[in-house]
Ligand binder design. Structure first.
Ligand code: TRP
Length: 446
């Protein structure tokens, strides 16, 4: 009886964390970044970073959370002897504000596409028309803001009521369904006429495409996709039972997340080539490409509508974890009540998203560092704030909390973490050196 219960909670935790990790980052952002970064070489660097940086850091974040049983700021403060390391949590809170603000804009587009697809507006279009349809949505001064606000409202209601459990239950059924739908789409996409060139471009590394920018993008993508560097995983770890095998869980979560991103790439990239779209189109890529794929399938409108519906739900489970970090901070630090903290921060984040939304339409000529505001916020948060949070977390584990104490936490219930000395070296030396190097060179030379 007891054993069964533990198994149940084990998978509940894994699925909830995959729910946070899996979202627009896998299905919207990954294909977009692969397209912008030259295909196969990016994929290889991305996988390398998942293993060398992503999984070790996830093990660290889960252990910090479980060891401290606190949300992000309190966790660092509690585990540091001087109590002075709470400031790391500040980066997490900042990242939460920035990321959710543009995340909700894109989720809003997906929300609009549910309606467009079910109502048959996506049928009978060619590339020029799907591009025009997307443009007419984002260039409208009002509608995208409405969808964006709608998505923020849903996120707020869930976080306010604290009904994460219901969402988890839902995602146990719905996320596997999304997975099956994605597999079907991938099969359709790779068998399109002209898909071969895309498959080759996606899987065959061409190292001439490699540059510092590509490495920085891959790093940002790993942090974004695995929800690392801002304390979301620390918060989830704080609910973790002592029996749980942390390294094993981190590995399962990372493989699940990467697997889903890989399949998303297998859907988008071959069809991009088959329909003659530029791979480096940017944030609009999946919205232009997917309707074309659905049209080549039986029940295309239905399939499309269902796909965007599940995508919004996946985005919602991620958005909840982003808002939750921010809300928990204000509750813990300033003693605000949950409804007040959730409402106020959600309103601020929704307003912060307005310039991102307008930057794709009315304000599209206003560029900073050559980027529209939405792309800029995404770039700064993913490529700088999250890796910086990750760097500080690694330094914290390696030199303040110490790997010895962290390993004691990991091995608490007789777990035998065989790679523990390897992991200690990674956290103590490899992560701080590699992350500072990429951050510093990326900052000055990108
Ligand atoms: N990982 C999510 C995605 O892929 C987004 C996300 C949720 C996130 N929580 C996060 C990103 C914390 C960075 C940090 O869509």
């Amino acid at each position: 009886m007891r054993k069964r219960e533990q198994w149940g909670s084990h998978w509940g935790f894994i699925l909830a964390t995959i729910g946070s990790a899996m979202g627009l980052g896998n299905i919207w952002r990954f294909p977009t970044v692969v397209g912008e970064s030259g295909g196969g070489a990016f994929l290889l660097i991305y996988l390398l970073i998942v293993f060398i940086i992503g999984i070790p850091l996830m093990i660290g974040e889960l252990s910090i959370g479980r060891g401290a049983k606190r949300s992000v700021v309190g966790a660092f403060r509690r585990l540091s002897p001087s109590g002075r390391w709470g400031f790391i949590g500040f980066f997490g809170v900042t990242a939460g504000f920035v990321i959710l603000s543009f995340y909700a804009v894109i989720a809003g587009w997906a929300l609009a596409y549910i309606v467009k697809s079910f109502s048959g507006q996506l049928t009978g279009l060619d590339v020029i028309q799907t591009t025009a349809l997307f443009q007419s949505l984002v260039e409208h001064p009002f509608y995208p803001l409405l969808w964006h606000g709608g998505f923020m409202l849903m996120t707020l209601l869930i976080v306010r009521m604290g009904i994460n459990k219901g969402i988890e239950l839902g995602s146990k059924v719905l996320m596997p369904l999304l997975f099956v739908l994605m597999l079907i789409l991938a099969v359709r996409s790779v068998t399109l006429d002209g898909a071969g060139a895309g498959i080759r471009w996606y899987l065959w590394p061409d190292f001439r495409a490699l540059s510092l920018n590509v490495i920085l993008s891959a790093l940002g993508q790993v942090f974004f996709s695995l929800s690392l560097g801002m304390g979301a995983i620390i918060t989830y770890g704080s609910y973790l039972s002592d029996q749980e095998n942390v390294p094993k869980s981190a590995t399962i979560i990372a493989f699940g997340d990467v697997g889903i991103a890989f399949i998303a790439g297998l859907i988008i990239i071959p069809s991009v080539f088959a329909f003659g779209i530029e791979p480096d189109t940017g944030p609009s890529l999946i919205f232009i490409t997917l309707p074309l794929v659905f049209q080549t399938m039986p029940w295309g409108s239905l399939m499309g509508g269902l796909f965007f519906l599940l995508l919004v739900i996946a985005a919602l489970t991620s958005a909840i974890s982003l808002l939750e970090v921010v809300v928990a901070y204000f509750m813990d630090e300033l003693g605000w009540s949950r409804p007040f903290a959730a409402t106020l921060t959600a309103v601020i984040i929704a307003l912060l998203g307005v310039p991102s939304s307008l930057s794709q339409g009315v304000w599209k000529d206003f560029l900073v560092l050559g980027l529209p505001l939405l792309d800029l916020f995404d770039f700064i948060a993913s490529s700088f704030i999250l890796p910086l949070g990750g760097l500080l977390t690694a330094v914290f584990i390696g030199w303040v909390w110490t790997p010895k104490r962290c390993l004691k936490e990991i091995n608490k219930a007789g777990v035998n973490f065989r790679l523990s000395s390897f992991w200690s070296i990674i956290v103590k030396f490899v992560l701080p050196v590699v992350l500072s190097y990429i951050l510093v060179t990326g900052f000055f030379f990108s």
